[in-house]
Design a protein around this ligand. Structure first.
Ligand code: FES
Ligand code: MG
Length: 579
């Protein structure tokens, strides 16, 4: 370890040379091995840009990773650097059991440790599908090596019997039609071929698109990096520019802590709200900020929401798709509309400020997708924060995608104890449920399922769906897909699996939701709640070994980003970025 500080200050292959107590010999060995791949000394004397490659046969959202890696390499070499791609964990929403969220922190650890372990002066992070971008930004924040996010870009929309379709708001819509027996088996099979028309991430403003826009607003992508679809030449150019920019960042030592500041997170929350972004984005932004010791207060989010209108007309809050957002100018065009609300002095990966990049992006043009502030899609931000005796640590509702008639509502609770209970009873014709009841689902929080599944979008009971009921108030400690809509209260904190008040709701209790007053109240006395807690105490879940044990022992609640407690920055305990 004697030469640690000496080698740490040098870049390229010399970075992190600590082995054998002899840095000269360590470098000699390193060079000998890498030369096995045919490198010259000239190549090895250049700044090294790592490329985190998350291409995987299990992840069609990253199906263009090979082309992106090629383009990043070209950009790095044009700027005089040496590109080195390496594999890291890849997570797809549909192929990750029990949930993709369960694996997000594992991917963040992989990303952080591979950035730390391997010699690189900067890193380009290729991510896209929902949990991958937050995992990479969390890992990069903790490693604190110059880093740039490159998203894979959205998929194209498809066409079903002349109707435009895209994953996955339309997946849900068509499945609901099939359940209601409005379309037959042949049609549901036909549309299955069209919903995902190319590689790339979901084509609506789901979590992947939300996190792409958030990454750009944070300053962590090249300007205009969020919106180009996966299969376009624009996306490949973004990749080439990301490679070249990474070399400049390496030379300038432009680390994530200089870019992702408290002001940058405020900009990111503004954008999250103005795009009608996914509720999952709130958890991810909180987790990324937590790695830098920056708290995201739910009350601050709500205050920002009250003055930030939804401007982007994309499904599920509106009607368009990501490729339309790209044609309309993407995030730079949105930032122009939001300008008076933004901090313009935050740094971006280019080394210029957000304000300087906005100047450089030129004037807007006539388009239909990004509305002016004078004519918003929804007058307030997409997400409101609720509190009350049912959620002392907060809960959220995506008000832009909720039924206006249900946002002030009192009703009788119909309670499901867990996912199995829900599955076995929700479609039972004997279920005692009426349209103005409130559906409550327990045990789908961070520890509950575990991994906080996107099951907060409870289906409308079949007998009510058949009678034409489209929306009901639904409450849980889980999440919902960014592509879903309805009057759905999510992220109830603390969760039921650790004995939050939600655990003690009983069928027949009355619950009052008031989005106007930002409140969610269980109309049961404190004494009665205490009595229920005493007579039926909750035992938090445990596991005997492995990642599950680590997860259950250290995962935090939604208001802390569902990160592991020991990964969050905590200067008091000497846990800081790069430390
Ligand atoms: Fe990957 Fe939607 S499943 S972005
Ligand atoms: Mg999703």
């Amino acid at each position: 370890m004697a030469n640690d500080s000496d080698s740490g200050s040098k870049g390229g292959l010399r970075k992190g040379l600590t082995s054998y107590g002899d840095s000269g010999f360590s470098l000699f060995l390193r060079k000998a091995f890498i030369k096995g791949a045919g490198y010259t000394d000239d190549a090895l004397e250049r700044p090294i840009v790592g490329i985190a490659n998350t291409g995987s046969a299990y992840n069609p959202c990253h199906g263009n990773a090979p082309q992106l890696v090629d383009a990043v390499k070209r950009g790095v070499m044009l700027a005089g650097g040496l590109p080195m791609d390496f594999p890291s964990i890849s997570i797809h929403e549909s192929f990750s059991s029990p949930t993709s969220m369960y694996l997000r922190n594992l991917m963040s650890i992989d990303t952080e440790e591979m950035i730390r372990a391997q010699p690189m002066d900067a890193v380009v992070l290729i991510g896209g599908c929902d949990k991958t971008v937050p995992a990479q930004l969390m890992g990069a924040a903790s490693a604190n090596v110059p880093a740039i996010q490159l998203v894979t870009g959205s998929m194209l929309t498809g066409s079903h019997r002349s109707e435009r379709v895209g994953a996955c708001t339309d997946c849900r819509r068509f499945w609901a039609k099939y359940r209601a027996e409005e379309i037959d088996g042949q049609e549901i099979a036909d549309v299955n071929d069209q919903l995902v028309a190319s590689v790339g991430t979901c084509s609506v403003m789901g979590t992947a698109s939300t996190m792409a826009c958030v990454a750009e607003a944070l300053g962590m992508t090249v300007p205009g990096g969020a919106a180009p679809p996966a299969v376009t030449s624009d996306r490949i150019r973004v990749a080439e520019r990301s490679g070249a920019t990474a070399v400049a960042m390496a030379k300038a030592k432009l680390t994530p802590d200089k870019i992702m500041t408290a002001k940058a997170f405020e900009n990111a929350l503004r954008v999250l709200l103005a795009i009608g972004g996914s509720t999952n984005g709130v958890i991810h932004v909180t987790a990324i900020a937590g790695r830098l010791g920056i708290p995201i207060e739910l009350d601050r989010l709500d205050a920002i929401g009250r003055e930030t209108p939804v401007l982007v007309d994309l499904k599920p809050s509106g009607q368009h798709y990501m490729e339309d957002f790209h044609h309309a100018g993407g995030v730079p065009a949105l930032l122009r509309e939001l300008k008076p609300l933004l901090h313009l002095d935050t740094l971006t990966v280019t080394g210029r400020t957000l304000g300087e990049e906005m100047e450089a992006s030129g004037a807007g043009f006539k388009q239909e997708v990004i509305k002016p502030r004078s004519n918003p899609i929804f007058p307030q931000g997409g997400i409101a924060v609720l509190r009350g005796n049912l959620a002392p640590g907060g809960a959220i509702i995506k008000q832009s995608a909720a039924d206006a008639k249900l946002m002030e509502h009192e009703g009788r609770a119909v309670v499901f104890e867990n996912l199995e209970d829900l599955a076995s009873r929700i479609d039972d014709d004997k279920l005692d449920v009426k349209a103005d009841d409130i559906l409550v689902l327990k045990n789908i929080g961070p520890l509950g399922a575990p991994g906080m599944p996107e099951a907060g979008y409870l289906p409308i009971p079949k007998k009510l769906a058949r009678a034409g009921v489209k929306d009901m108030v639904r409450i849980s400690d889980g999440r919902m897909s960014g592509t879903a809509a309805g009057t759905i209260v999510l992220h109830v904190t603390p969760e039921s699996a650790i004995g939050g008040p939600l655990a003690y709701v009983m069928g027949g209790d009355r619950i009052r939701l008031s989005v106007k007053n930002r409140s969610i109240e269980l109309l049961v006395t404190p004494e009665e709640l205490e009595r229920r807690a005493k007579s039926n105490p909750v035992t938090p879940p445990k596991a005997a070994r492995g990642y599950r044990k680590l997860f259950l022992q250290t995962v935090t609640q939604a208001d802390k980003g569902v990160d592991f407690d020991f990964l969050m920055a905590d200067p008091a305990n000497d846990r800081k970025p790069g430390g």
